[in-house]
Design a protein around this ligand. Structure first.
Ligand code: ADP
Ligand code: MG
Length: 702
């Protein structure tokens, strides 16, 4: 009985007929009482205070005025017709304007009568006005009943035409709250949580969030509801993690054998960094546990993730298993193939490359050799997950730069082994810690937080167009020192044609500035065939060309240690994480490296912040925090599909601290009671099930 009240369709609420119900559903997705109740206010306004007309400015989100209407005039013709009321208080006058329903308002309003008006000021022809303000006869208003925290709800034009503006919605919600039977809103957090975190009970929080009695109760209500929302996400993710770890069997990599040892002792080109050692150990322990590994490996560009992948794959070989490594682009797959073949070649390990450009003949051979178990390591692009590709005994899947792979594609990989293969996801796209906790909250994480020794921090400068000559001079100096240079142009779909023209023009200008035969310049962009791209890349890799003009195809993964200058053209058009990725292409050798951000003279505030951030720091995590603040979590790559952004009240940017608390709380509870069977946790269990019922998408996280 109790639960069914909240599940009542909204048309059963007094004041909502079939028509209003229809728009509430189509415009706001509100179907049930519970949906209306969680249509939270997006801000609160103080209705106890008045402003004077003289104080009105467009910077104020709203004003409340008290005064008299001096005159009422209908002006304009046809659709432009409107009612203008000149409203005066002791400090001056302002126009009140009605476009819709102006005839009705003209009849209703009286001059020389005192009113209270409330609305958003805008300016028109140098005069302030309030369009469609709320207006009441001053004599009928009891100010003692006015709230200093009146809720404001988001609405739409369609809703407004049905009388459901913020005010209309507030009335409905007040009506609904007054009808809630005792205990209809069940507490879904445990007593323990309520007292440990001093949280308001659910019903109280619901009332206070819509109709706060004081600022402090409003804060408490917000805190309680945010905590609840984030807590259940974390509980869900950590249970998923628990289920993975405890119940999904995985290949047991119990021993460290000849392949690993040989490589480690004889062929390792350099000492592992402390961070690499630690991470390899974490992976080894995980893969030896008998359960499937699901691990995220985060490490800034150039931190040496490839080597960690190689060592993990050698462990697979030592335990009789095959591995594959999946890269987002052919160029990157190629480069991984070359690097890994060089590393493992001396030991005779059989490695193969499978991409979209592999010929039918090559494919056939690879398929046969995979099924016979001859190939130990397969490297490739998404061609790897085609159904035709069958392994004899796949034990480990490494995914580089996972944000380009969808959840479904990853799931497909899991079915490729006899037991689900271990999964290692590598990413250099820095994400703030609190976000990672939510987006990858069901994965174990390892972090490489140390760069290989001898790296000098890249020096970054921001040049305006007027300083181009200086930049060209600098390029000449560096080339004279034997270095190589990237010059990168933006290329986005919407302006592809123009972008390609810019790239071509940039190339032509450079050819004039750096004439043959003294200088050689490569050019690479997405419109070239993969053979052409490969040919040009190889010329640069071998040092035959000094300058590589390119679009962002070089963004991910390319490794040319001798390239020490990265020039980014129209840098204001790139996002921060992209700029950071691009800059990571240099600084891989022993030489001092440089990044030059070229922009036009006029920059918006956000662009300026991006340039300043790049110049100030090379720390990927710091950059990601700035990025998050500038763009909001919705735009961070790969997060759109995850469903966790469908938050009703919590904010992943501002509520990082609550995320941390909620995760720790969820972890503590699951450590003691993984199945949530204890009596004291039964509300949590119910709450979790309830949430999954109402949030179908949410299960896809991670
Ligand atoms: P990323 O983490 O961006 O994938 P890579 O694996 O491509 O980084 O490594 C970047 C460069 O650093 C490569 O040239 C690699 O050979 C080198 N490198 C990796 N680990 C070490 C180390 N421990 N000491 C010195 N150089 C290293
Ligand atoms: Mg890499």
């Amino acid at each position: 009985m109790a639960a069914s009240f909240l599940d009542t369709p909204i048309e059963y609420l007094k004041g909502i007929g079939p028509q209003r119900a229809e728009v509430l559903k189509s415009e706001l997705g509100l179907f049930l009482f519970r949906d209306l109740l969680t249509h939270y206010p997006f801000r609160y306004v103080d209705r106890t205070k008045f402003q004077s007309v003289r104080e009105v400015s467009e910077d104020l989100p709203y004003v409340q005025l008290r005064g008299v209407i001096e005159s009422l005039t209908t002006v304009g013709v046809k659709r432009g017709q409107r009612l203008v009321a000149v409203f005066r208080d002791s400090s001056g006058t302002i126009d009140l304007v009605w476009f819709q329903g102006h005839k009705w308002m003209a009849d209703k309003l009286k001059t020389q009568t005192e009113y209270i008006v409330f609305g958003k000021p805008t300016s028109f022809n140098g005069r302030y006005n309030l369009a469609h303000p709320e207006i009441e006869l001053a004599g009928t208003v009891d100010m003692k009943l006015r709230s200093a925290f009146q809720s404001v709800y988001s609405s739409t034009e369609k809703l407004k035409s049905k009388g459901l503006d913020s005010e209309g919605l507030r009335k409905l919600i007040r009506q609904l709250i007054s009808q809630i039977p005792p205990n209809a809103i069940e507490e879904n957090l445990s007593e323990e949580l309520l007292s440990d975190f001093k949280l308001l009970p659910k019903m109280e929080a619901m009332k206070q969030i819509h109709f706060p009695d004081s600022n402090s109760l409003l804060q408490k209500a917000e805190y309680r509801l945010k905590f609840e929302e984030l807590f259940f996400i974390q509980l869900k993710l950590l249970r998923l993690h628990h289920i993975n770890v405890k119940t999904v069997p995985g290949a047991v990599f119990s021993k460290v054998g000849d392949s690993f040892n040989d490589f480690y002792n004889k062929h390792l080109p350099f000492q592992l960094t402390g961070a690499q050692k630690r991470v390899v150990k974490e992976i080894r322990t995980d893969m030896g546990s008998g359960h499937q590994m699901n691990r995220l490996l985060q490490g800034d560009v150039g931190s040496g993730k490839t080597l960690v992948a190689v060592l993990s794959m050698l462990l697979a070989i030592d335990n009789g298993f095959q591995s594959c490594l999946m890269a987002p682009t052919e160029i990157l797959a190629n480069q991984h193939f070359v690097t890994i073949r060089e590393l493992l070649g001396p030991m005779g390990t059989k490695i193969a490359l499978l991409t979209g450009s592999s010929t039918t003949k090559e494919r056939k051979l690879i398929h046969t050799q995979l099924e016979s178990g001859e190939i130990k390591i397969l490297i490739g692009t998404h061609a790897l997950i085609e159904d035709k590709v069958k392994f004899q005994n796949l034990g480990l899947v490494v995914i580089d730069e996972q944000h380009r792979f969808g959840v479904a594609q990853r799931a497909k990989l899991r079915d490729k082994g006899k037991v689900p293969p271990h999964i290692l996801i590598m990413t250099a796209t820095p994400i703030p810690r609190t976000l990672a906790m939510t987006f990858y909250g069901d994965l174990d994480t390892s972090v490489i937080d140390e760069m290989p020794p001898g790296r000098k921090p890249i020096r970054t400068s921001h040049y305006m167009e007027t300083q181009r000559l200086r930049m060209l001079g600098f390029m000449k100096e560096q080339i004279a020192l034997g270095r190589q240079i990237y010059v990168v142009y933006p290329l986005i779909k919407e302006s592809e044609k123009l972008d390609l023209q810019n790239l071509q023009k940039g190339y032509d200008d450079l050819v004039k500035e750096f004439p043959q035969p003294q200088y050689q310049i490569s050019i690479v962009h997405g419109k070239l065939s993969s053979e052409q791209k490969d040919f040009e890349m190889q010329r640069f890799v071998k040092g035959e060309t000094q300058i590589m003009v390119a679009t962002t195809v070089i963004e991910v993964g390319v490794n040319v240690p001798n390239a020490s200058v990265m020039v980014i053209e129209s840098a204001e058009r790139f996002g921060l994480s992209q700029l950071h990725q691009l800059r990571g292409r240099v600084g891989r050798g022993a030489d001092q490296s440089y990044c030059i951000l070229m922009t036009s003279y006029k920059l918006g505030a956000d662009s300026r912040t991006r340039m300043e951030t790049m110049v100030r720091t090379t720390d990927g995590f710091e950059i990601s925090e700035v990025d998050l603040k500038l763009r909001g979590p919705g735009d961070i790559e790969g997060t759109q599909q995850s469903g966790v952004l469908d938050l009703k009240i919590a904010d992943l940017v501002r509520d990082g601290q609550i995320i941390q608390l909620a995760r720790t709380a969820a972890q503590t509870i699951l450590n003691e009671d993984p199945e949530l069977n204890l009596e004291k946790n039964k509300d949590l269990h119910k709450g979790l099930i309830q949430r999954e019922k109402t949030r179908p998408d949410w299960a896809k996280v991670g």
